[in-house]
Design a protein around this ligand. Structure first.
Ligand SMILES: O=P(O)(O)OC[C@H]1O[C@H](O)[C@H](O)[C@@H](O)[C@@H]1O
Length: 547
């Protein structure tokens, strides 16, 4: 079973959606709410500790019915089965896509090439648990006999963004270990970090699926050299661990076999935080919490796998996003978490969404004739309100926005929480209704603004409204609810990739720059600038002159 290969524009639903769009383009959501008092009930889903309100969108039940029909016509149901069953749906790399197996139950059976992979997932989980416990309780010590105080995750892309996002989102649940992330090849990044570290009490986790990524290996070697200026060679086995599919390369780097945590080629980098790539998560918040994160994701997997499309949160969110992207021709989507803990969430989503679905060739090797992934961006509320919300409210671009909020504050400061949540709710209300001329006039009159000034100010103060939002309201930020939230977006990405008829699990687009950087480095070292275009050659010469 492979993924269906249906051009979405060839479906009946697509054509009907194009016609339907003409009647919806100018629709006012305010009127839709007036016409249907039950709209907020009809267009929302409650599942476990999640409340997802998608009523503040430019759509009707008819729109949704057509979008569900689209999902049916492109055979989304078959695709979901193939995704969970271990079929090689990453066809361009001939790999299965099984991040869902990393959070499966021990009794589940998931086969790749005839082998049930669940037992080996659990074997590694056991290793993660034992290792985590021995570091957290201090029984495993550094080369001078001191317990560890600091953990450094050395990785980039999926080997950095997921773990870094979860560790920062879970700060409330953190133990005494300080966790650091080093990713950029910029030497200033690693040197700033090394200034803060004591080699006697620091554990380095080198995370690289391939163990051949330039940034990660360069940082790992620099750190190793720094470490060896103080410690001896034997100490490496106590202070360096690796997470990789490439055991041989990790051994060649000097990592002890016992300290190598395997991952598998059916785990995509940007979906790998659930595997041993999440070792720094487990170290930071303890294995029990790491396991809760996994079980939250597993619950979302079951929801996604079993609920009919109408009640399926990732399916509904994916279809709404397609409605704007492909029919309203929106270019970007904002994701605004109303939690400072989630300040790395958008950066994480940028990789998972844009590296997955930023493609222009379909599953039949043809260029697509429609838009695929848009730009994903955002910053936590309320900070974003004081930065770029001006553009969302009054700019010329239509930006569908996801608002993510948690009802219960972790630090139980009710005064802050009430203010935070009133902003969270008020913004979607403001985006929906805007502010009419009449309301602005009334306000200016109340302020006794002179008449001629009033007329001049009026257009600037009007808010057009009718800006679409989804509200994802969750009881509380816990390892389990975060697991659900991340898995929700993972499945949204999957659904969109299926509908756009693209391969979501390769990333050939990142290769060219890497290759050319290799060539340029060689030219730099050889001091020869031949066979380059005039601009590139001049840039190199400029660099050469200054260094
Ligand atoms: O884990 P690694 O093999 O070091 O790869 C790290 C990252 O680099 C690649 O260029 C890809 O764009 C990412 O998907 C990947 O997560």
């Amino acid at each position: 079973m492979s993924l269906p290969k249906i051009d979405p524009t060839s479906t009946h639903a697509w054509k009907k959606l194009q016609v339907h769009f003409q009647s919806m383009e100018e629709v006012r959501m305010k009127e839709l709410f007036e016409q249907n008092p039950d709209r907020a009930n009809k267009l929302s889903l409650e599942w476990e500790d999640f409340y997802v309100d998608f009523s503040k969108n430019r759509l009707t039940e008819e729109t949704l019915a057509l979008l569900f029909q689209l999902a049916k016509e492109v055979k989304l149901e078959t695709a979901i089965k193939a995704y969970f069953s271990g079929e090689k749906i990453n066809e361009t790399e001939q790999r299965a896509v099984l991040h869902t197996a990393l959070r499966a139950k021990e009794t589940d059976e998931i086969f790749v090439d005839g082998e049930n992979v669940v037992p080996k997932v659990f074997k590694v989980k056991q290793h993660i648990e034992n290792f985590t416990n021995s570091i957290v309780n201090g029984s495993k010590k550094g080369y001078t006999g001191k317990p560890f105080t600091d953990i450094v995750n050395i990785g980039i892309g999926g080997s950095d963004l997921g773990p870094a996002m979860v560790v920062s989102s879970m700060e409330f649940y953190k133990n005494h270990l300080n966790t650091h992330f080093i990713s950029n090849i910029d030497g200033d990044h690693v040197h700033e970090l090394l200034k803060k570290l004591n080699p006697e009490t620091t554990l380095f986790v080198v995370v690289s699926k391939t163990f051949s990524t330039q940034e990660t290996l360069t940082n790992a070697h620099t750190i190793k050299e720094w470490f060896l200026q103080i410690a001896n060679h034997e100490a490496i086995s106590k202070h360096f661990v690796a997470v990789t599919t490439n055991t041989e390369k990790a051994k060649a780097f000097g990592v002890n076999t016992d300290n190598i945590f395997p991952i598998w080629d059916w785990v995509g980098g940007r979906f790998s935080l659930w595997s041993a790539v999440g070792l720094s998560i487990s170290l930071a918040i303890g294995f029990e919490n790491f396991n809760k994160l996994l079980s939250g994701a597993n619950k979302m997997d079951t929801h996604f796998k079993t609920e009919p499309f109408q009640k399926n949160i990732p399916v509904v969110l994916a279809l709404i996003s397609i409605w704007y992207n492909n029919f309203f021709k929106t270019e970007t989507e904002a994701v605004i978490p109303y939690s400072q803990y989630l300040n790395k969430f958008s950066a994480y989503l940028q990789q998972s969404c844009m590296e997955s679905n930023g493609k222009s060739v379909d599953r039949n090797s043809k260029n697509v004739s429609y838009q695929t992934e848009g730009v994903v961006w955002g910053t936590p509320g309320t900070n974003s309100q004081h930065a770029f919300f001006q553009l969302i409210h009054q700019g010329t671009k239509l930006i569908p926005t996801d608002f993510i909020g948690f009802a219960n504050a972790l630090h139980k400061n009710k005064a802050h929480q009430d203010k935070l949540i009133s902003n969270f709710i008020a913004q979607t209300e403001a985006l929906l209704f805007g502010k009419t001329k009449e309301a602005v006039l009334q306000e200016l009159q109340n302020q006794n603004v002179p008449k001629e000034q009033m007329e001049r100010l009026l257009p600037y103060k009007v808010f057009e409204g009718n800006k679409p939002t989804n509200t994802i309201f969750i009881h509380k930020l816990t390892p389990e609810s975060l697991g659900k939230l991340i898995a929700m977006y993972e499945h949204k990405i999957f659904v969109q990739g299926v509908i756009w008829n693209i391969f979501s699990f390769d990333q050939f687009g990142v290769e060219l720059g890497k290759q050319l950087a290799g060539n340029i480095l060689e030219k730099m070292q050889k001091n020869s600038f031949d066979n380059l275009d005039a601009s590139t050659s001049k840039l190199l010469q400029f660099y050469k002159k200054l260094t």
